[in-house]
Design a protein around this ligand. Structure first.
Ligand code: PLP
Length: 383
């Protein structure tokens, strides 16, 4: 356990999304730049969350762990769980990585979709577990039967619905099937980072039913708190305990705790932001349809857009126009992931995209590195 802990490096969405900033011109970091590359929420925290975070600042000299208990209690009540089934962390990246460390090993594989959110894969590789990537179905759902068949030695099945990067859903019945048929001793992780943007049912009922399931949620997406850092793991107490062996207990940022609690109490936040995102997404899709561009219809705040060529030059040409999109998943080399920004941001995206696709703006050679990067398994990440 100790050596796995030492080897583990938490890889996050910004590390993946912003690694390319090194190849980009100085405008990348300017305030006029439009960043629709890391699935962030341009609205930021809601008004009551901002007020709560500002008001707690004078108490920033204290660990205030009772604020963690408050948030756990609120979450447990909202989801109909016991407090022992809920843990909060500074973002969901931590429980994701520590669960991989707890449930995979040299003998127990990590099974994930391809394309899928890459972070857990890095953790698995770091601890010496085999990574089994399984193609999505033709509807871009997790192919749960193929996942089961591919890894009889699985330790952790990572599922993400809506899936990052495709924004597509895997049905609750498929998740249940996976849970029923998985090898003994393994767990199914259901990453619900983007669940609030769609109408799909959560897998929390499987946690309630005492199954070998861990559900992850984050305040980084619909709640607009990526920079404040708050995430949640729901699971059976013995499973959470195993994760905790790798994480220990660490104090949460108190600004994140009170902002998260305030966000949960705002009954309008989720429905309003979900509607706003769906409206802008619908407008973008209608525009893409009118102009003959292909994309994968998504239920989330991002989607995959086909450049019809290796996607890197299009990403760089967009950056030249101050619109930062990306990244590319090797299994879909002509596609790039676009986050849904505000309506004005997406209008700017459309203008820039039209120029790139018509050849009016092309990529240029990148400028000097702007951020430190390193390579993990051949993939450049922000260091
Ligand atoms: C699918 C998925 N899971 C987890 C995370 C981690 O988010 P955070 O650590 O900000 O909670 C992300 C971030 O983009 C994500 O896309």
């Amino acid at each position: 356990m100790a050596s796995a802990g030492l080897a583990l490096r938490v890889v996050t969405e910004p590390m993946l999304a912003r690694a390319r900033t090194r190849d980009l011109p100085p405008n990348a970091l300017s305030k006029d730049a439009i960043h629709i590359d890391a699935n962030e929420n341009p609205l930021g925290p809601c008004t009551s969350a901002r007020a709560a975070a500002a008001a707690i600042l004078p108490q920033g000299g204290r660990y205030s762990d009772w604020l963690t208990d408050d948030l756990v209690k609120t979450l447990a009540e909202m989801e109909g769980l016991k407090v022992e089934q809920v843990r909060v962390y500074p973002g969901s990246s931590e429980p994701l990585h520590h669960a991989v460390a707890a449930f995979t090993s040299g003998q127990r594989s990590y099974v994930t979709a391809d394309p899928g959110y890459e972070a857990g894969m890095f953790a698995a590789k770091a601890i010496g577990a085999k990574v089994v990537k399984v193609a999505l179905t033709k509807n871009h759902a997790h192919d749960v039967k193929a996942m089961l068949a591919a890894a009889p030695d699985a330790g952790l099945f990572y599922t993400c619905t809506p899936n990052n990067p495709t924004g597509t859903l895997t049905s609750h019945s498929d998740i249940e099937f996976l849970v029923d048929k998985k090898p003994q001793g393994s767990i199914v992780m259901v990453d619900e980072a983007y669940i609030h943007f769609c109408d799909a049912p959560s897998a929390i009922d499987l946690v309630k039913a005492g199954k070998d399931v861990i559900v992850l949620r984050t305040f980084s997406k619909i709640y607009g708190m990526a920079g404040l850092r708050c995430g949640v793991a729901f699971g059976r107490p013995d499973l959470l305990e195993k994760i905790e062996n790798y994480a220990g207990w660490n104090a949460m940022p108190i600004t994140a705790l009170v902002a998260a609690s305030a966000s949960l109490k705002d009954a309008h936040l989720v429905p309003e932001r979900k509607r706003a995102n769906a409206t802008v997404r619908g407008q973008v899709f209608a525009w893409l349809d009118r102009n003959g561009y292909s994309y994968i219809p998504s239920e989330s705040n991002f989607f995959m857009l086909d450049t019809k060529h290796p996607a890197k030059p299009a990403i760089d040409a967009m950056a030249k126009q101050n619109v930062f999109i990306g990244r590319i998943w090797p299994v879909m080399p002509t596609y790039t992931r676009i986050t849904i920004g505000t309506a004005p941001e997406m209008e700017q995206f459309q203008v820039a995209w039209q120029k790139v696709m018509s050849g009016a703006v092309t990529a240029s050679v990148g400028a000097a590195p702007k951020v430190r990067t390193r390579k993990l398994d051949g993939i450049v990440v922000r260091a």
